[in-house]
Design a protein around this ligand. Structure first.
Ligand SMILES: NC(=O)c1ccc[n+]([C@@H]2O[C@H](COP(=O)([O-])OP(=O)(O)OC[C@H]3O[C@@H](n4cnc5c(N)ncnc54)[C@H](OP(=O)(O)O)[C@@H]3O)[C@@H](O)[C@H]2O)c1
Length: 294
């Protein structure tokens, strides 16, 4: 395994404008680290689904890489893409990789094993569902429309703060005492979607209702809305398998990584939706700029 040396590093974030990627960048910059984010819309551009460009060229000159896969490590081609990334990273001289993964997904486990067996110094953060799905992800549009209709009302999930994930990633990158390992990280509490939507409705003071759909009804909704076949497959997989109760437990590992309590859903929701406009971005940015937590 590659040894870490205590010298200035250059960090690369794949998915640098994403929910966790931009928070990892903000946290590394606040520490004075040199960090770049890349994705389809940056120059140079990086696209997981474009195999015509050399990934080694993009990785040259970087020591440490934070990896967020798109759209999800559950999809069939994910393991091949991660294997290709690992080869390019080794050829480019990258020494340390932190992979963001998801819980209860066979495809994600295959990708994790590739990173763990890569010979790179690695950390894997296998995370539960993010709070920010409500304020920055696909559920936000439903909240703005006043109705969240999904097949998940009563399944408890230990939702986690994307900013806590970023804090954990930065800890892995910068603290040599954090062993190379797979860390299964969750938020502090089991909550149902129905409860979360109820709490957001109370904070915004706007009409907001939760409708518990069947999986088939959700598939029909996403298909009629024009989602492509792969995305509809992914939604079905997430809501019928990942959210079937297999992940309804907290692990306590995030607390150990951060050395503090994780951000609670109430704290997140009151910061993200306090303006009662259900527009999370501005209030979430000021939250990060205030330097919340580790
Ligand atoms: N959301 C959850 O609850 C949850 C829970 C556990 C694990 N995860 C995992 O988290 C990962 C996503 O991380 P995230 O939520 O931090 O990111 P995200 O918010 O989904 O980020 C989107 C980022 O990825 C870039 N992107 C989109 N498509 C791309 C492509 N084809 N090639 C390269 N870049 C692309 C986007 O920029 P451009 O538009 O410029 O390309 C943007 O920077 C997924 O693998 C997911 O499985 C999510």
């Amino acid at each position: 395994m590659t040894q870490l040396v205590n010298s200035p590093k250059r960090f690369l974030v794949l998915g640098g404008s994403g929910k966790t990627g931009r928070r990892v960048i903000e946290r590394l910059r606040r520490r004075g680290e040199e960090v770049c984010g890349i994705s389809r819309t940056t120059t140079p551009a990086f696209d997981w689904h474009d195999s015509t460009h050399s990934w080694q060229q993009l990785l040259n000159g970087f020591d440490s890489v934070y990896v967020t896969y798109q759209p999800d490590l559950a999809i069939v081609r994910a393991a091949d893409d991660i294997a290709r990334l690992v080869v390019a990273a080794r050829q480019a001289g990258v020494s340390h990789m932190v992979l963001l993964s998801g819980r209860g997904e066979k495809g994600a486990e295959d990708a994790e094993q590739i990173v763990a067996g890569s010979g790179l110094h690695y950390h894997i953060l296998r995370a539960s569902w993010f709070y920010q799905n409500f304020s920055e992800g696909f559920i936000h549009a439903m909240i703005k429309a006043g109705e969240v209709a999904l097949p998940c009302g009563d399944t408890p999930e230990p939702f986690i703060d994307a900013d806590d994930i970023a804090a954990a990633a930065v800890r892995c990158f910068t603290d040599p005492d954090i062993a190379a390992w797979l860390y299964e990280i969750t938020g502090p509490q089991l909550l149902t979607f129905k409860h979360c939507i109820g709490q957001i409705g109370t904070i915004t003071g706007k009409p907001l209702r939760f409708v518990n759909l069947s999986v088939e009804a959700m598939v029909d909704v996403f298909t009629s809305a024009g989602f492509d076949h792969d995305m509809v497959w992914l939604m079905r997989h997430l809501f019928s398998e990942v959210l079937d109760g297999r992940n309804s437990n907290t692990t306590g590992m995030l607390e150990k990584l951060l050395g503090r309590a994780p951000v609670s859903f109430s704290e997140y929701a009151s910061r993200a939706f306090a303006a009662s406009s259900a527009e999370a971005t501005a209030s979430e940015h000021s939250y990060i700029a205030e330097g919340a937590g580790q």
